[in-house]
Design a protein around this ligand. Structure first.
Ligand code: GRF
Length: 217
């Protein structure tokens, strides 16, 4: 797959989901009320029962179900994803609860052009059930991270982080609920920051064009 330079100017998003799709909804809502200057051109799910597909359809966005089970290998699946995204001239791929590891075929098709949201302050608690990990570890602060996707699981350059206090009586569910509220604010902001361009990578540091206005780092 040829890798054209990432083109933030085209503002065409492809969103990958596996389930509920509340972060997809946050992107849809931010576009609708003008906080995010972009178009979601396709929502792709690896599961046909993902509730987020309904959210996309309700917003008039094209949906596609590509089941990983239909492909012999991760490479084949990631290649198929890349083909579908490139066919729609997607400039930025947004992972929104996409429960698949993203491999080289997709990463190389979108160099520094894939973004993910994770419910912890990375590098703490990568992987599954980050909120449960935080509660069980006993940290007093957790939060949300939006980052570029690299081959390292939940390890790419950090675009935005927001802190959420962990209360003594928090359960995994109550903490997840409060983190999710921050996710819905942080994800559109981070995507807008990427699309505005002017940022650069210094080593693994994402250096924005201008300082963020709020407490994000
Ligand atoms: C979110 O907590 C996100 O941070 C994580 O998966 C969850 C997806 O939720 N990657 P939703 O499908 O966006 O509601």
């Amino acid at each position: 797959m040829p890798a054209d330079p990432f083109n933030p100017a085209n503002r065409r998003l492809g969103v990958l989901i596996s389930g509920r799709g509340s972060n997809l909804q946050a992107l849809i809502d931010a576009i609708a009320d003008g906080r995010l200057d972009a178009t979601i051109v396709v929502v792709i799910s690896n599961r046909e029962d993902a509730a987020g597909l309904q959210r996309a359809r309700a917003a008039g966005i094209e949906t596609l179900v590509l089941s990983h089970r239909a492909f012999a290998s991760r490479d084949d699946y990631d290649h198929a994803l890349a083909v579908e995204l490139r066919a729609r001239d997607v400039g930025l791929v947004c992972l929104a609860g996409f429960m698949r590891l993203v491999g080289a075929q997709l990463i190389e098709a979108f160099p520094n052009g894939i973004v993910n949201i994770h419910p912890s302050l990375l590098p703490a608690f990568p992987g599954l059930e980050a909120q449960r990990q935080a509660v069980e570890h006993g940290v007093k602060v957790s939060g949300v991270t939006v980052h570029l996707v690299t081959a390292e699981l939940d390890g790419g350059p950090i675009i935005i982080q927001r802190a959420v206090r962990v209360m003594p009586d928090d359960t995994t569910e109550s903490l997840a609920t409060r983190i999710l509220e921050e996710e819905h604010r942080a994800y559109p902001e981070a995507v807008q920051t990427i699309l505005e361009g002017g940022w650069r990578l210094e080593g693994r540091r994402f250096v924005p064009a201008k300082s963020p206005t709020s407490a994000s780092a």
